[in-house]
Write a protein of this length. Structure first.
Length: 158
């Protein structure tokens, strides 16, 4: 019995030049946008997420998959310090969502091409605190009184 070399089923991207890295990053970002759109996320939300990702990418000067928690500490703690809390929360959420996408769909490819194991830099220690859940206002019924209010009980049949 002899051993044979097994070729990978998936093709590995060869990131030999800065242009190869930029092209691979663009492909990942394009796939992320398409996946978010397929999930029914609003275009404004996707655009805001991409803007946040590009801002962090520009700040760190390297592919996002290389971003580590201590670098993100500096980004939020120094560069973004004076911004509104909700702005920082939204940027952190955009990063966390993108890294979830990278981990689920491309972790093996990125590791094979770069030797970097993708790990989300947003953790429980550096995650900006703040509420992002907006309360939805439910309009009153056409009768004018909210269900269960004293006025509506008078109108309800016994």
């Amino acid at each position: 019995m002899s051993l044979a070399v097994v070729a990978p089923i998936r093709s590995r991207p060869l990131l030999e030049s800065p242009q190869d890295i930029a092209d691979f990053e663009q492909d990942l970002l394009s796939e992320f946008v398409l996946a978010r759109a397929a999930a029914g996320i609003a275009d404004e939300t996707i655009s805001g997420d991409v803007d946040a990702l590009m801002e962090v990418r520009s700040w760190c000067g390297r592919p996002l998959w290389e971003l580590i928690p201590t670098a993100l500490d500096r980004f939020f703690g120094e560069d973004q310090r004076r911004l509104a809390t909700l702005t920082k929360v939204r940027k952190a959420q955009a990063l966390a969502t993108y890294f979830e996408f990278l981990e689920v769909r491309h972790q093996a490819d990125i590791y094979a091409a770069t030797g970097v194991l993708v790990q989300c830099p947003v953790d429980e220690i550096n995650r900006p605190r703040g509420k992002t859940n907006m309360r939805v206002r439910i309009p009153p019924p056409a009768s004018g009184s909210p269900p269960g209010s004293p006025d509506s009980r008078e109108q309800e049949p016994s």
